[in-house]
Design a protein around this ligand. Sequence first.
Ligand code: URA
Length: 234
Amino acid sequence: MRLDKFICKSTEYDLVDATALIENSRVVVNEVITHEPTHQVHKNNVVTLDGKTLTPRLSRYFMLNKPLNMICSNIDEQYPSALNLLDIDNKTELHIAGRLDADTTGLVLITDDGHWSFNITAPKNKCEKVYKVVLSRPISPDITQRFQQGILLQGESSPTLPATLHIIDAHNVLLTLTEGRFHQIKRMFSAIGNRVKSLHRQQIANLELDVDIGHWRSLTQAEVEALSLSDKLL
Ligand code: URA
């Protein structure tokens, strides 16, 4: 972790304060004064501020059921950030693992553990995400094969990875993806001449969304660990 972030995670200071503390020679790493905010700090390093040893807070992990018209960015833009829904301290340390569009609802994972979220979002890990899709036109059962084979999206040179389409009825399907390209599901259905009316993520790996829209909860230790291993479970 970067030294400036380590200080934020161990104190109530923000990144600007942390940089100033480092530049003013108040931070020592393994008995050496360090002036570089990007200096990498490892688990067994001893970091002191004004002579006091710093201990970072434990990482935090949450699930949130994102409502419509909120975004998965850390800052408010055209729509407010979904992080506004969490009434907890030190929210600036958190980020959302894998974005949903403003008009998509459902499961988002929130954490301050970059390694954990990387594991979930890294394409090579093929972590499965399950979406409930409502379509504007009826879908025919033989289309499941196209999703399995991969679909070439407009402007892209490689087809999508195999995706599993489960048809509930003519306008309602479940789609399981292991990648997350820009507006991927909307573009996949557009490529086959259909249109997504609504999109809701209900599961990531083995973790199912179980809070109401706009609500959130902490993940259990077992859930956090299962998602750390999700690449091996799938
Ligand atoms: N695919 C989309 O088109 N949008 C999302 O939010 C997620 C997947």
